[in-house]
Design a protein around this ligand. Structure first.
Ligand SMILES: NC(=O)c1ccc[n+]([C@@H]2O[C@H](COP(=O)([O-])OP(=O)(O)OC[C@H]3O[C@@H](n4cnc5c(N)ncnc54)[C@H](OP(=O)(O)O)[C@@H]3O)[C@@H](O)[C@H]2O)c1
Length: 338
């Protein structure tokens, strides 16, 4: 049973907030809800219930995570038991095989989540490329395609329509690059409020981070602690773990906190909005951002440990033989041609 908000151990008003260009505010830390193919939908729904009781008000959902119906039952319960809808920030995402079916997909997420509107709806990936849940790294769709801007904008127009009809309050992008975002900013009638991107001390993406901030877009950071539980398909021998970095470990020791909490505090203080997933540490993570800030010196030492180490490389979205995952990320500064 959901415990009333009064049981929350933290002062909800003290949770840092981000002001979006629309004037809306979004809690500067959210709870991720992707179970990495190993935590069940029922377990994650339990975590959402516990996290709401602990004080979380921002939840990062997606249809492809396969748990929106279970999470929706919890949202219904917590709204019935005293949390106001306007105090929640709920994100969902359009999956890759639904780029031509935006309105129906959004309505499905709303029905599953038992909500009348979403605070934020994202295009999950810029490629309309399907990969089956739980697939391995060699999986490819025969219909996979490159980023085609005209097609993306057709999808974006439907996203804009969702704002017009009130089903969605904000729309945003995810897994984008600077050249792709430049085109979207040129052509959008409603500019993205948020860009969701991988961000942790070993992948700081300073250029993209600065680009989105300069353009009034809020960066939301996924895998903020380096996703130690990510699926096998997202692991390569060269990957590094930010929580094992000696600088993070030292700062954690100095503050008497988990290295993961250092990563989350760094994210909030740097200006992005981390969305850590956690079954066992969600309370610690929220409490961690509320107290004992990192010093300027500590923030500078973390800035110096970037390794450009991307963990979620997205290989399953490649569309041609002979490509490498870097082709998905426009590393030469230009959109990789079809
Ligand atoms: N837009 C996209 O394409 C995209 C891609 C990937 C992820 N996401 C979103 O981002 C969210 C977060 O990413 P993620 O789940 O991959 O990675 P993550 O949040 O970096 O890592 C989650 C893992 O870290 C552990 N952890 C969290 N806090 C900890 C602490 N204080 N001490 C020790 N371990 C801790 C958790 O363990 P316990 O469970 O044991 O606490 C869990 O195994 C996802 O759930 C999803 O909502 C979006």
């Amino acid at each position: 049973m959901f415990k009333p908000i009064a049981a929350a151990s933290i002062n909800l008003k003290a949770i840092p907030q981000r002001a979006l260009y629309t004037g809306a505010t979004m809690p500067a830390i959210g709870l991720g809800t992707f179970g990495s193919d190993r935590v069940s939908a029922a377990q994650i729904a339990e975590v959402v219930r516990g996290a709401a009781a602990a004080g979380y008000r921002h939840f990062d959902c997606a249809s492809v995570y396969g748990n929106e119906p279970e999470i929706g039952r919890v949202f219904e319960e917590i709204l019935r038991n005293g949390i106001k809808r306007e105090d929640l920030w709920i994100t969902s995402k359009l999956w890759n095989d639904k780029h031509d079916d935006v309105i129906a997909s959004c309505r499905q997420s709303l029905a599953d989540l038992r909500l009348e509107y979403l605070d934020l709806y994202l295009i999950h990936w810029p490629f309309p490329n399907f990969h089956p849940p739980g697939c391995d790294v060699t999986s490819r769709s025969p219909d996979a395609r490159a980023y085609i801007h005209e097609e993306y904008m057709r999808t974006w127009r439907k996203m804009e329509e969702l704002v017009g009809t009130g089903l969605v309050r904000h729309i945003g992008t995810s897994n984008m690059t600077i050249p792709k975002l430049k085109l979207v900013l040129r052509d959008a009638r409603i500019k993205p409020a948020v860009n969701e991107m991988e961000l942790h001390p070993h992948l700081q993406q300073p250029e993209l981070f600065e680009f989105v901030v300069k353009n009034g877009i809020q960066p939301v950071g996924y895998c903020p602690v380096g996703s130690p539980g990510r699926p096998e398909r997202d692991r390569t021998p060269d990957d590094t773990a930010p929580t094992e970095d000696p600088v993070i470990v030292r700062i954690a020791r100095d503050h008497g906190i988990d290295p993961a909490v250092v990563c989350i505090k760094w994210a909030v203080q740097r200006g992005q909005t981390p969305i850590p997933f956690s079954v066992h540490h969600y309370r610690t993570n929220l409490e961690g951002v509320m107290r004992d800030p990192l010093t300027d010196e500590e923030m500078r030492s973390i800035a110096a440990i970037d390794r450009n180490c991307r963990l979620i490389k997205g290989q399953v979205f490649l569309w041609k033989e002979g490509q490498t995952w870097e082709d998905l990320w426009d590393v030469n500064g230009e959109i990789t041609p079809p």
